[in-house]
Write a protein that binds this ligand. Structure first.
Ligand code: MD6
Ligand code: FE
Length: 201
């Protein structure tokens, strides 16, 4: 692993997961997706998001015409599968918290997918951080401040990188501008998985 560093108050651990750990985690996420299939979410405003999404844990974050919310069930009407132990281990190691996350949101980026600048603020208790794990193709992450108009910086997230948004950076605006297709061999058909772990309270 390279050494950890901070960018705009966000802590980054480049290469926290080595290749075997990444492969094991992908296998665990495949099992999650088998139980809770990826869906193409629609924003409350009716726009199709370019990522496909599912979740694990007590609650999953969903969006549709009715709004953004945490829901105890997948849109298909089943409970979400449990958060894999491999994923919980990263949360426990890097947050040091006794409290486990309620939600592991799973975002899949195919070619051309992106994530507009946003804040994660549907959780209800911002004293807990959000932890993010990147798997597969490299992605250009943009991070700003707590005001939408604050200046931003960009960093390429690579497979195995882990990022923690906590403290003053918890409500920072952030997004994914683009992927670098073909930059990783982790997912045989390409693309990127991003896992975000949240305490919903
Ligand atoms: C992504 N990440 O990396 C998008 N949210 O694909 C996020 O939206 C995110 O990296 C909250 C905390 C950390 C993140
Ligand atoms: Fe986010």
């Amino acid at each position: 692993m390279e050494s950890a560093y901070e960018i705009k108050g966000v802590r980054l651990w480049p290469g926290w997961l080595d290749r075997p750990a990444q492969e094991a985690m992908v296998a665990d996420i495949r099992a999650v997706v088998a139980a809770a299939p990826l869906v193409a979410p629609v924003t409350p405003g009716g726009r199709q998001m370019s990522v496909r999404m599912t979740a694990a844990g007590r609650l999953g974050w969903v969006t549709d015409r009715k709004g953004y919310r945490y829901d105890p069930q997948h849109p298909q009407g089943t409970d979400w599968p449990p958060i894999p132990a491999s994923v919980l281990a990263v949360w426990r190691a890097l947050t040091g918290l006794a409290r486990d996350p309620d939600c592991c949101l799973v975002n899949f980026y195919g070619e051309g997918a992106r994530m507009g600048l946003h804040q994660d603020r549907d959780e209800g208790d911002f004293s807990f951080p959000v932890l993010s794990i990147s798997l597969g193709d490299e992605a250009l992450f943009r991070i700003g401040g707590v005001e939408r108009s604050d200046p931003t910086q960009s960093v390429w997230l690579r497979s195995g990188d882990v990022l923690l948004m906590g403290g003053p950076a918890r409500l920072a605006w952030h997004g994914i501008d683009r992927l670098r297709p073909g930059s990783s061999t982790l997912l045989p058909k390409g693309g990127r998985l991003n896992l975000t772990l949240r305490v919903v309270a």
